[in-house]
Design a protein around this ligand. Sequence first.
Ligand SMILES: [Mn+2]
Length: 292
Amino acid sequence: MNYITFPNNFLELPEPLSNYEDSKIAMLPVPYEKTTTYLGGTKDGPEALINASQAIEFYDEEIDKEACTAGVCTLNNLEIEDNEEKMQESIYSSVKKIIEDKKFPIIIGGEHSITPACVRAFSETNKNLSVLQLDAHCDLREEWNGSKNNHACAIKRSLDYCKKVIPVGIRSVCKEEMDYIQENNIKIFWDRKIHANDDWMDETISLLSDEVYITIDLDGFDPAWMPAVGNPEPGGLQYYQTLRLLRKVFREKNVVGMDVVELSPRKDDVRSDFAAAKIIYKLIGYKFFDFK
Ligand SMILES: [Mn+2]
């Protein structure tokens, strides 16, 4: 696998901590943007996120470790295909290869439509897979703007491969999605209802199967601290609230991989780029260094 070397890689890691062979984590940048519906720019997400990561402190005081010592290999940008199906195939086969090489894949977008191909790859290896979705939107439309692969359909398409999705932070939904949610008895952790306390977190975790794939649409977070997304919605998950949930998930489940999508960087405001990179780094720490 061809990868980005020091000093241009995620966290600006030297070769011993970022070569493919020795790294436990393989980061796959997918700068794909085709079906964005409001503000554009997600194709610039991976580069901005990687640039911002180079300012992260290696030592994480919460886990008392330098999480980067797990080794993070930043793969070259996945080549973008014009054809939507070809793009899905390409993402699928790249993620599949990373899984077969026994690395922990972190896919960075790009728009949310890259997620179904990732879920497909994981569902073949992990028969009992569930998906934890942090998002402002359900993304359960059957079709949008003439495409079944639109980012507004990302979770609907993922359900072709994995029957269990647990959405958290949702605060924007259309009537068609609401009908689907009710018909299929999908439990939604509405953003409006999860701010009073953390009691809902154990219920969220109890609904997940043992093997979990996490998809983080950055618009799931409060645009006050994560403004650079294509569809900013008021409300949203908070930073420490999110870390509390995800730390529990990593402790109690086998998280097999994750994606972080929809970063739409603004040149004059890097706080979202840095926050997105920092969350990934926190989760690497939870995955490889935080044990009960
Ligand atoms: Mn969204």
